[in-house]
Design a protein around this ligand. Sequence first.
Ligand code: ADP
Ligand code: MG
Length: 304
Amino acid sequence: MLHVKNLTFSYNKTPVLKAISFEAKQGENIAIIGESGSGKSTLLKVLYGEYDLNEGHIFWQDEQILGPKHNLVVGYDFMKYVAQEFDLMPFITVEENIGKFLSRFYPEEKQKRTDELLEVVELTNFAKTKVKTLSGGQKQRVALARALAKQPEIILLDEPFSHIDNFKKQSLRRSVFKYLKENNITCVVATHDKEDVLGFADRMIVLNNHKIAVNDFPEALYKNPKTPLIASFFAEFNVLNNKIIYAHQLRVVDKSDLKSTVKRSFFKGHYYLIEAELNSKSVFFEYSKQVSVGSTLFLKIIEG
Ligand code: ADP
Ligand code: MG
């Protein structure tokens, strides 16, 4: 269990993180979300013991995570951290990077483990490739595999799929999160991508104004986003009568009190996102077809 209690941290005068408390059970996946600059990366670095806290404490099981003042070598065996900027060894191969910290006294086991991890990050075909020739996304996958190599109890991931192209992202995400669950590895993942959260995270922590704004189940936050900040993380939304209404919760009907005038249509694949004017404000909703500018459409709010 990860225990974070009343953590406050500042690089200089003004605190970046204030009175942060939360827990993560063994094997749980906790997503940290928040706008750019909200302190996600800082929180992960602090959890890793890279900095000394101003206040509070962090425990993994019975062991306190200490900053450099109290712990000469940053980091612990049971915890791995994959930074936004990953530092690999460019002149050796992918498999050498992954196996770097595995014992060379057991070459067969080392090879087996490396092969397993190559599969998790879908890089089997690149085993013998020198890291310097890889793309940013491929390097990110090597960094992930290397962090998993010695089977940590807890892993901290900073926007782990941010450099990976959309073709690979979906399957890689499933593969990595499945591996973590199967191996009961606790995961704290900082992200601004809802796809990293929905379907994978057990809890979602929203950072705002240096504090935890909410800590809840993703499904609960999705269904009842209390603030525009939370809603904006999930989908296009409107504020109508002080209520947050997602674009997909507005239906076009034959007649209603909500009369809108179409301004633009955006092709989105299986639907169009329509921007229209409603009571002299912009409103966004989804519709099955493109609509010409100036058309009148009546809207109805639906649940779900
Ligand atoms: P996020 O990962 O959510 O984008 P960061 O944790 O990187 O946010 O940054 C949070 C705040 O801390 C920002 O205001 C940033 O400018 C500041 N910050 C980050 N790293 C440092 C540093 N090494 N020294 C001073 N300020 C920093
Ligand atoms: Mg960051």
